[in-house]
Design a protein around this ligand. Sequence first.
Ligand SMILES: Nc1ncnc2c1ncn2[C@@H]1O[C@H](COP(=O)(O)OP(=O)(O)OP(=O)(O)O)[C@@H](O)[C@H]1O
Ligand SMILES: [Mg+2]
Length: 216
Amino acid sequence: MLELKNVGYCIDDKRVIDAISLSVARGEAIAVTGPSGSGKSTLLRMIGDLISPTEGEIYFKGKRYDAYKPEALRLQVSYLSQSIELFGETIADNLAFPSIVRKDTFNQEQAKTLMAKVGLHQYHLSDSIHRMSGGEKQRVTIARQLMYRPDVLLLDEATSALDDENSVRIEKIIFDIVKKGTAVLWITHNDAQSHRYFDRRIVIKNGRLVEECDKS
Ligand SMILES: Nc1ncnc2c1ncn2[C@@H]1O[C@H](COP(=O)(O)OP(=O)(O)OP(=O)(O)O)[C@@H](O)[C@H]1O
Ligand SMILES: [Mg+2]
């Protein structure tokens, strides 16, 4: 599904990522861990095609990233940022966005189902996002990301603002789509989370992949 070959990233003479090679299979769930500032977000942002590696190559379904149109690639490889980014005024403005970029009709039923799944059933799609709490906003970003099932889902601390009950709720949703074939790379500082359901765990330190543990 995804293949990184000696991928590196340098900026302002600073080496952020150093020769990372990694293969990710369809439906594989990988926990990405490592200290703050080690390069985890940078790695996911390269895989999400938001920034380009300065060395090495990334392949998706056997083709190099630069053989794809960025818009087309981003529909299949989807990155959920560490910062909670909502736009517009209402929940619907956010959940309709994925259908707008795909020139598809907005599936309101799907949006309502997802809102219930992330534990926000009390909200209407027409409600304002401005009065929501941080954790509620984060759950809207997750629902938005799941309006369509990507082939690769990149989660950058997707449950950082959530309590345990809601984290577990989100994990369940994510691992349901993993069962349907989506590959997930999930940055987490939560050790319990990284051990719960993942197939593998990788550790990034100083921009290098230093440890890879298979789990069974
Ligand atoms: N565009 C940039 N310009 C300068 N430095 C950068 C840039 N992007 C990343 N870095 C640096 O690269 C290092 C790794 O950053 P990154 O955000 O990938 O870390 P991280 O592992 O995700 O950390 P955290 O766990 O705190 O989110 C940091 O020292 C950061 O300052
Ligand atoms: Mg980060």
